[in-house]
Design a protein around this ligand. Sequence first.
Ligand code: GUN
Length: 301
Amino acid sequence: MSRTGLEASGVTIGGARILDGKAVAAEVRAGVRARAQALIARGVQPGLAVVLVGEDPASQVYVRNKDKAAQEAGFSVRTLKLPAQTAQAELERVVRELNADRSVHGVLVQLPLPRGLDSERIVRALDPAKDVDGLHPENVAALVMGDARGLAPCTPAGCIELCDRAGVSLAGKRVTVVGRSLLVGKPLAFLALARDATVTVCHSKTSDLPAVCREADVLVAAVGRPELVRGSWIKPGAVVIDVGINRLDGGGLAGDVAFAEARAVAGWLTPVPGGVGPMTIAMLLSNTVLAAERAAGVSRA
Ligand code: GUN
């Protein structure tokens, strides 16, 4: 893995070096663009379909950003906007239609879905080979089995990529993940395990959470609680990855980590915004180009 991008952009603030997700994501996206060009030269343009149901404002922003990034990568992008009242059967029909469309290599149904829609059944309706979110049970099984033929969820894959490109090896390290969601906490635990880390997963019932966190060489916060992780929870020199994107009532964003406190203690730290967030989109593009390469029979992965 290249270390140059991060080292070139590595900024030191206080004690911690900043893991600049924006710079690393730009590096990943440039690689994806080159792979897309190579496919286009063979007559295959990577295609991404994004399905947005309803009008959740945060989801609208995420979908717009994904659409724009995919276009910049040279993909064909189809964004389907469906009303919040869409029936389960209709949404499943749309998914099946995209599964059958050979010009579409990746399908993403933005979550959460409006009330009344069963997201698990929608995810199961996806063709696993096009499930660029890595949420289909077949891809979850591949992740648990350490089978590289699956597609890994984008946010945890982005955390791992960020470490790789910073030259942070996980082998033999104590990686502690705060949060056990299907989208981040659980898959991240398995990705870290596949890198030979010793993994601890914490949650709301973990006793003495600060003490458990203090043991971590690499601490990942993915709970969605603004500034839950304090500086006193961090082992000096630890790598701290903040997955939280919390919208504050008074406006602005906060991570799950108290940034100012953490930067005085940590060795490496991701900012919010500009840390894990940009990596999520970069890994979505990476999964989509990989799915397109596989469909075209030119992938070695
Ligand atoms: N909502 C929040 N994060 C994600 C994501 O990674 N994928 C999808 N489909 N929806 C999300």
